[in-house]
Design a protein around this ligand. Sequence first.
Ligand SMILES: Nc1ncnc2c1ncn2[C@@H]1O[C@H](COP(=O)(O)OP(=O)(O)OP(=O)(O)O)[C@@H](O)[C@H]1O
Length: 232
Amino acid sequence: MSEEIRLVGIGKTYAGGNAATAALSEIDLTFRRKEFTAIIGASGSGKSTLLGLIGTLDRPTSGRVYYGDTDTSRLKADRLADFRFERVGLVFQHFHLLPALTAVENVLSPFFGRRRGDARAKAERLLDRLGLGAKAHALPSQLSGGEQQRVAIARALVNDPDWLLADEPTGNLDSRNAERFFDLLQELKTETGCGIILVTHDLQLARWADRLVEIKDGRLVGDRGLAGDDAC
Ligand SMILES: Nc1ncnc2c1ncn2[C@@H]1O[C@H](COP(=O)(O)OP(=O)(O)OP(=O)(O)O)[C@@H](O)[C@H]1O
């Protein structure tokens, strides 16, 4: 499957007590599989809001989000949840691990109530690749922040998503583990053709991407390809 994600005329306004916040306005963007896009911008510029809309976790106030020919605004909530499960892996700033489950069980948690196939072996392999093989049976409370973050990354990848969406995914990782993570992303891209969209305010991290999308005050102000070291 080689569908693109298309954002057409996207706007998002949050209703507030006295004043509404226009978090995003007039965003038109297309994301392709096998492409690694970094979305950058200052704090409060709308990056996380944009990622939430791309990942169909939230609905825009105006405009449409298409996956291929599917207009996601037409999908009802339960169908949308299945649609997201089939296509998208999400890594958040806060990892939301389930405290009573071990690392490997957390990685498998997206499958609860669904057929798992050989997911357990996949989960163990991913933890191994992220340097957590020995901690597969530890509870989140027994893991460091960076280890918990890696569990969350494995959880996002266990379903072989077409798209990996990540919000500041390396915030808790030291440079060695951040590098491991980016190596894994490059492998994912070439092995599975996964499209990667990553939000960061860190321009050093953004250099790993193929493409840089810049948001300022809720508007698209830059969109360019990166070639090797001339990035940023
Ligand atoms: N649930 C919400 N209700 C009201 N306003 C919100 C909500 N979420 C975000 N905002 C506002 O929308 C704007 C964009 O926020 P967003 O979190 O998307 O920015 P960001 O670029 O991801 O910021 P950061 O880098 O600090 O995480 C900000 O002005 C923020 O205060």
